[in-house]
Each structure stands twice: as structure tokens, then as C-alpha cells.
Write a protein that binds this ligand. Structure first.
Ligand SMILES: *Cc1c(COP(=O)(O)O)cnc(C)c1O
Length: 366
């Protein structure tokens, strides 16, 4: 008997999505690294998914955490791995041992990377990060970035200045546009003038830079993107940004939960309202008595409610606590029974949480 909850992961559709996105990007001279960081359980490596990405044409894979990168290496992954989060000093030794390319922004850390790379007799590539206004990682002063680039180029025999890059959207919610990415290209040109050679990589961001590719406005000179969500789920850009991305599947990740109770009950709680399981003071709409199903799934599995959408449009979500999800099944035809399975499409947060939850079984469709 199947054990729920289950997350099904359609690797065929994932391969299709990466192929489509890569095809589109290649028309603009842009290579893609596949971002695996949201796709796996910590107890096992992301090798299946990394293989899908490589076979679809990614130039390498990227992750933010050393633990999963080391697991991938131990499972035999030999292609390029990029570290997305600027490294901690405490993980730097593992960075030079297991990572080919790191994104960096601190001269002190870069100097130590050189020392450790020399110690382990490694060549390590670095992408210097420029903060273009999103205010997460990266040099804020472009002159500092250029100075650091020169230091790597001339004083660090075990480091290769691989390129420059930026990250937008994730913290500051800033949209990549021709102005901020145009500035990245200008800075890349200044670096290239100083070092007297072309940079390999000008990395113009993540999924949220794809709209500029799809509408043909990506500034010339950007030649690399790091793509996770845009191909793995293909939801944010299509559903929220309203970008046309033909040929992408949106059903790669589906969460399945089992019904454990069905009862007709009122919709407004009875008694004095106070705070819920997570300390919030929710409000409840009174729409009378409805047929409510309790599903054995909760915020511990999927995070916040905004991240899941019932596949059956007749099912509406009332709410959830840590281990219970409450839905309205009054409009369902036929009426579900105890033990039936309800399916949900996932947005990014739910995908990340479920993937990382040891309570959610993963089933790959190959
Ligand atoms: C997570 C991350 C990405 C990938 O983001 P998606 O939105 O999933 O494409 C790219 N770059 C960096 C630095 C990241 O942290």
C-alpha cells in the first residue's frame, strides 16, 4: 500500500522544460546552469535531477549548500558545480575540494580561498558578485569589484577569475531590467579592459531574468543564467508575471495527501477567537455549513498555504495547522471518501518544503 503524503516528480517533463528554456536562451548566446538547491531531500543527493539537467543541456549544476554538493560528488557527479551562496569561512576548505566555481564578494574570503586552493593543489574559479540594488550579496561599489578582479587575476595563481554576476528579485524583489543588467555588462567591459581578456561568464541572474530573454530584451553581453524555478515548476513567470513560455509543463511537482475525516460543520469557529497554532490571529468567513475534509498534510510539510493549489478546482482550502489541512469538498462530484487522495499543484515554497521534508515520500516518474 502506498504511504502518504507523496510528492510525485515528473522527470520527463522536467527534462522537457530544461530543454525548452535552454533552447530559448541559446538563441541569445546564453548558457544555463541548472539549480538543484530546492529539489531534494537532505538525506540523499540530487543526482537524478542533476542528470536530467545535464542531459537537457545545462553547462553545470548549482547549489547553495555544501552538504548537498558533497553528497552529489560522493554519488559520482563529475561535471561543474557552482556554489550559489557566497561561502562561509568555515566551509571554505570543502569549497575548494568539492566546488568548481564559487560566487564571491569578500576580498578576505577570496584571499583564504587562494591559500586553501594552493594547499590542496586545486584551480578554483570565482564569479564576483555585483549588487545592482536588490541588496543581498555582492559588491555595492563597482570599483571595489574591479580592484578585487585585478587581485585575483594577478596575485592568485590557484584562482581563475571566471566572470562577474548578479542576483536580483530574491530579497529586494527588484525586477531584472535592461538598466540594471545593462550596468552589469558595462562593469564586465571595464573588468575586461583592465585584465586585457574576455571574461568567460557574465551571469545575469536567475529565473526572474528569463522574461527579458523571452521578450528579446536581455542586454547583449549577458551570457549565463542560473535557472531553477523557471524550469522546475514554470509557475511564477507564467502565472504571476504573465510571460508566455510555450511548451513548458506545469505539472512536474504534485503533492498528494490522504483524507482522514469528512464531516459537515459550520465555517466559523465557535467560541472566543484568539490565536492559531502559529500565533496568528486569523479571520474566518462564515459561509454556513459545508462538507469539510481533513487531509493528513500540514504546514510542516508544505510551509504556507499560498504555496499549494488543489488540482480539482471544486476543492477550496479553508486552512491548515502543522499536521492538518482542511478543505471544502461540498462542490465535489462524486463526493470523496475517507482514504481518497487529494492532489495539489505546488508553488516554490511548497516544493522546497515538501522536497526537504522526510515525512513526504518522493516518487519519480522517469
Ligand atoms: C536560488 C538561486 C538561483 C536560482 O533561483 P531560481 O529562482 O530558482 O531560478 C540563482 N542564483 C542564486 C544566487 C540563487 O541563490
Amino acid at each position: 500500500m502506498k504511504k502518504y503524503p507523496i510528492m510525485t516528480i515528473n522527470l520527463k517533463h522536467m527534462a522537457n522544460n530544461y530543454r525548452r528554456v535552454i533552447e530559448h536562451c541559446s538563441q541569445f548566446g546564453i548558457a544555463v546552469s541548472g539549480v538543484v538547491k530546492a529539489t531534494g531531500d537532505v538525506s540523499k543527493s540530487y543526482l537524478d535531477i542533476a542528470d536530467v539537467m545535464m542531459q537537457a543541456g545545462c553547462i553545470g549544476i548549482a547549489d547553495s549548500r555544501l552538504k548537498s554538493i558533497i553528497a552529489l560528488r560522493q554519488d559520482g557527479f563529475t561535471d561543474d558545480i557552482m556554489l550559489l551562496r557566497v561561502p562561509m569561512l568555515s566551509e571554505l576548505e570543502d569549497v575548494v575540494k568539492y566546488v568548481d566555481i564559487s560566487m564571491q564578494s569578500e576580498p578576505l574570503v577570496i584571499a583564504k580561498t587562494q591559500a586553501l586552493a594552493a594547499l590542496h593543489n586545486k584551480m578554483h574559479r570565482i564569479i564576483l558578485m555585483m549588487d545592482l540594488g536588490d541588496l543581498r550579496e555582492g559588491f555595492f561599489d563597482e570599483n571595489e569589484l574591479i580592484e578585487t578582479a585585478l587581485t585575483i587575476e594577478s596575485d592568485c595563481p590557484n584562482l581563475k577569475l571566471y566572470g562577474i554576476g548578479t542576483n536580483l528579485s530574491c530579497y529586494g524583489s527588484i525586477k531584472p531590467d535592461t538598466e540594471n543588467l545593462g550596468r552589469l555588462v558595462e562593469i564586465a567591459k571595464r573588468v575586461e579592459q583592465k585584465i586585457g581578456r574576455k571574461l568567460d561568464v557574465v551571469s545575469g541572474g536567475a529565473t526572474t531574468s528569463l522574461p527579458l530573454v523571452y521578450n528579446g530584451e536581455i542586454p547583449a553581453g549577458i551570457n549565463h543564467l542560473r535557472v531553477g524555478e523557471g524550469a522546475l515548476l514554470a509557475r511564477d513567470l507564467i502565472d504571476i508575471w504573465k510571460i508566455e513560455m510555450p511548451g513548458l509543463y506545469q505539472d512536474i511537482y504534485t503533492l498528494e495527501g490522504e483524507i482522514i475525516e469528512i464531516k459537515d460543520k459550520p465555517t466559523h469557529p465557535i467560541g472566543q477567537l484568539f490565536i492559531d497554532a502559529f500565533g496568528y490571529r486569523p479571520t474566518y468567513q462564515d459561509i454556513g455549513v459545508r462538507t469539510r475534509a481533513l487531509i493528513a498534510l500540514g504546514k510542516r510539510d508544505f510551509g504556507s498555504l499560498e504555496g499549494i493549489v488543489p488540482v480539482d478546482p471544486n476543492i477550496k482550502i479553508f486552512g491548515a495547522s502543522s499536521d492538518h489541512l482542511i478543505v471544502d469538498i461540498s462542490e465535489c462530484q462524486p463526493m470523496p471518501k475517507i482514504g481518497d487522495v487529494v492532489k495539489f499543484d505546488c508553488y516554490y515554497q511548497a516544493m522546497v518544503f515538501c522536497n526537504h521534508s522526510p515525512f513526504v515520500e518522493k516518487q519519480y516518474i522517469k
